[in-house]
Design a protein around this ligand. Structure first.
Ligand SMILES: CC(C)(COP(=O)(O)OP(=O)(O)OC[C@H]1O[C@@H](n2cnc3c(N)ncnc32)[C@H](O)[C@@H]1OP(=O)(O)O)[C@@H](O)C(=O)NCCC(=O)NCCS
Length: 144
């Protein structure tokens, strides 16, 4: 059985770090699906290597899904999601502190993510924890 690392807690919930396994993968797909429904999904081009679930014995109310093998210096956040009933309580901010712990443990110095241009809540939230914009991802529709 995989050894569980508890990174932090919130009420009865614990932030638990997982290497990629079925449970983490299932929550990744479920939470990513919510992003898709909101029209905020990105390019799913990096492999899931591990992540954090915020969970109690019977419920998962948040997750962050990570790639830490692709870049030597950085961790890529593929997706972060907080259950709507638990938003604006600092869960996402603590999730980032947990990601920082993982990064330092892996001797990484950068955290990267990609946010849809219409995802205004996330773009607002990112300003509060010092993210800067490094790239614009562009696309062109082919005409018939
Ligand atoms: C974006 C998201 C992760 C924020 O989670 P959260 O736990 O509610 O965030 P926090 O409570 O830690 O918020 C931290 C700060 O970010 C900002 N923020 C968070 N949500 C915001 C919103 N909807 N509008 C404006 N600012 C927001 C605020 O400054 C907030 O601090 P405050 O509540 O003291 O004002 C959550 O809304 C979510 O899961 N959205 C859907 C998934 C998604 O878009 N993920 C990102 C792409 S991968």
């Amino acid at each position: 059985m995989q050894h569980l690392t508890v990174l932090d807690s919130y009420k009865e919930f614990k932030y638990i770090f997982y290497l990629k396994n079925k449970k983490l993968n299932d929550y990744y797909l479920t939470m990513y699906n919510e992003l898709e429904k909101a029209g905020h999904a990105g390019l799913m081009i990096f492999e899931l290597n591990g992540g954090i679930l915020l969970e109690s014995e019977d419920r998962v109310i948040g997750g962050s899904f990570l790639n830490f093998h692709r870049y030597n210096h950085g961790i890529l956040i593929l997706c972060i999601f907080v259950d709507p009933a638990y938003r604006r309580q600092g869960i996402w901010k603590t999730m980032h502190k947990c990601i920082d712990k993982i990064a330092k443990n892996k001797n990484k110095t950068e955290i990267w993510s990609a946010i849809h241009v219409n995802n205004l809540p996330m773009l607002e939230a990112l300003k509060t924890i010092n993210y800067t914009t490094e790239f614009y991802t562009v696309k062109r529709n082919l005409q018939n």
